[in-house]
Design a protein around this ligand. Structure first.
Ligand code: CAO
Length: 469
């Protein structure tokens, strides 16, 4: 028997977060990895797991407390006396493979969901966070977009933890809900009524909308969402949206509504680059068989990441973020890429792409995509992107209009390359053309810059040696 302190592990780029939910109490028996409390910043909420199994002897935090890495959550009596000397695992959020300690990291919204409990050492002890995205958007999605600001100030609206959780799941801003219980306590029914009212456009009166702070996205004066009894027209089946979809939807909507986005479509001639890629893979395979190096499969996306970094360096406004009336230019190039996973779309971030070669990028991308599919990405591996690429090249399609992943200002969508007849001045010749779709924020970028960005990208992809110039 031993009493140990269970502490807050590395929770990524958050200095201090508020305790918004206590999931266990004194006397409870907990398993290793079981969630103990929920904490929340303005960017994300996350459940803090137990580093060991045992019995809760004493809670050391209460609702509204501010905690950070190392803060003691509770005292735990464990059966294992060796546990005393085993500090809670706190490392994983700072995944070594791709973490850059020195680079400033933008607080990219990340969402925390109760991620599948995993026994993987890669996430053990780390806050359970998953950053989801949905179709056509590669936003690393913020926790409830309208999360009440006062949840962080300690002035928590009157509601039980389960009601808070319910509100978060629906993306309902608790501080806007009028509680019907004693002393204005908010119940689950209040949340449901609020949510229903929002869906039918009843909640915000025009007066409320007029009072809404500029830029909160409210008060668009839209007509109510159509209410249709679908069952009247044929058999239906109703399925709740997944948690990730619910949360990401609010963020996608915000990004779609608040960013004046424009998409430029273009094509890049990758005939020679594709031949080089195929050759590189053949040579790599031979070398791997001969035991000379590890086998790394190079895909077009690795070249695209490198080419994008070059274009971002030439056109730095594409690697910036809006901050009020100022533009923040980032002198680091962390590229997010959308990865299709069973949990939904995730956006792992390949850090310092400017400092890495194609083989390293390919290897890291492979690792990150694998972790994404297994739900093992750490918060650090999903944050800090300065630009995002969404590649549907392995699937198909011609062009699409990706949604910008705020606070980034541009995103590149890529579709499947195909052979096309191109006029070379004398005759048509078959060329492998890669469709590019660049969506950009018109507050920061103008059409001419976007056309130049795409043209430059195409120029690099057509002859990759230009990257050396
Ligand atoms: N044109 C033609 N073929 C392409 C291509 C392109 N632009 N890009 C990739 N391919 C080919 C690859 O060469 C590979 O072919 P082989 O198996 O014959 O070698 C095949 O497609 C599969 O590639 P891949 O998808 O495994 O690798 P990738 O590096 O291109 O992509 C990843 C990795 C993680 C981005 C991808 O697996 C994925 O998840 N893509 C989906 C992203 C997505 O859904 N975006 C939309 C977001 S908006 O809702």
């Amino acid at each position: 028997m031993a009493i140990i302190d269970v502490t807050i592990p590395d929770i990524g780029d958050f200095d201090e977060v508020a305790v918004i939910e206590l999931l266990v109490k004194t006397g409870d028996k907990v398993r290793a990895e079981q969630s103990l409390i929920t904490v929340e910043s303005d960017k994300a909420s996350m459940e803090i797991p137990s580093s060991h199994a045992g019995v809760v002897k004493e809670m050391q935090v209460k609702l509204g407390d501010k905690v950070k890495q190392g803060s003691i959550v509770l005292k735990l009596e464990t059966a294992d006396s060796a546990a005393v000397s085993t500090p809670p695992s706190v490392a994983p959020a700072a995944a070594p493979a791709v973490t850059t300690a020195s680079a400033p990291v933008i607080a990219v919204p990340a969402v925390a969901v109760a991620a599948p409990v995993t026994s993987s050492p890669a996430v053990a002890g780390a806050a359970h966070m998953v950053a989801p995205v949905t179709a056509h958007a590669v936003a690393v999605v913020a926790a409830p977009a309208h999360q009440p600001a006062n949840a962080l100030s300690g002035d928590l609206p009157h509601a039980s933890p389960s009601v808070r959780k319910f509100a978060r799941e629906l993306g309902v801003p608790l501080n806007e809900v009028k509680g019907s219980g004693p002393k204005g306590r908010i119940s689950q029914e209040d949340i449901q009524s609020f949510s229903r009212a929002v869906m039918t456009g009843e909640t915000r009166t025009q007066a409320q909308a007029a009072k809404a702070p500029a830029g909160d996205g409210a008060g668009l004066g839209l007509i109510p969402w159509p209410k249709v009894d679908f069952a009247k027209f044929g058999p239906i089946e109703r399925k709740e949206l997944g948690r990730i979809q619910k949360i990401s939807g609010a963020n996608l909507l915000r990004n779609a509504v608040m960013i004046p986005a424009v998409t430029n479509h273009d094509d890049a001639d990758i005939t020679e680059l594709e031949a080089f890629r195929v050759l590189t893979n053949q040579e790599n395979e031979k070398a791997a068989k001969a035991g000379i190096n590890a086998s790394v499969k190079v895909t077009m996306l690795a070249f695209l990441i490198k080419a994008c970094v070059n274009a971002l360096q030439k056109f730095p406004q594409f690697n910036s973020s809006l901050d009020g009336d100022a533009l923040v230019y980032k002198n680091y190039w962390h590229i997010g890429f959308a990865a299709d996973t069973p949990n939904g779309l995730m956006v792992p971030v390949l850090k310092d792409a400017d400092k890495k070669g194609i083989l390293q990028i390919s290897a890291e991308m492979g690792e990150l995509a694998k972790k994404a599919r297994e739900g093992k990405l750490s918060p650090a591996e999903m944050s800090g992107a300065t630009f995002t690429i969404s590649s549907l090249g392995g699937i198909g399609g011609r062009y699409f209009t990706p949604i910008i992943n705020a606070p980034e200002v541009a995103i590149l969508g890529v579709c499947k390359s195909q052979m096309e007849p191109k006029w070379n001045g004398k005759e048509f010749e078959p060329r492998l053309m890669l469709p590019l779709s660049l969506t950009w924020d018109h507050r920061v970028i103008d059409g001419a810059a976007a056309a130049r960005f795409n043209a430059h990208l195409g120029h690099i992809l057509a002859d990759f040696r230009r990257i050396l110039l």
